[in-house]
Design a protein around this ligand. Structure first.
Ligand SMILES: [Zn+2]
Length: 104
């Protein structure tokens, strides 16, 4: 059974991005700041936990047919501040599952 689009979006919202700052595009190495659009490859582990693998800027983002990730998800770079740890770490916010364009 496949998760619904909405369930996937909820599951990946706020998931930590797989790199320290600065966030850079996997292809062009452009720096991506808080609030900038990104596309990520999200893979489901153990049928439950979603993890983010590759990450691209809006220009380099592949289509779902060009990538073998479980899902491609668009969103923005968010920064979470952990006051107690005095740390900031990047997360995915405003997640939207990328769907394959159907050509007429
Ligand atoms: Zn790029």
């Amino acid at each position: 059974m496949t998760d619904s689009k909405l369930a996937i979006e909820r599951a990946v919202e706020g998931v930590e991005l797989p790199m320290d700052q600065p966030i850079v595009c996997d292809d062009c190495h452009a720096r991506l700041r808080e609030g900038q659009p990104i596309t990520v490859a999200a893979n489901q582990h153990d049928g439950e936990v979603w993890r983010i693998g590759e990450l691209w800027c809006a220009v380099c983002a592949p289509r779902p047919s060009e990538n073998d990730a479980d899902q491609l998800v668009e969103g923005d770079v968010g920064i979470v501040s952990d006051v107690r740890e005095q740390a900031h770490y990047p997360v995915l916010v405003r997640a939207t599952v990328v769907e394959e364009l159907v050509r007429a």
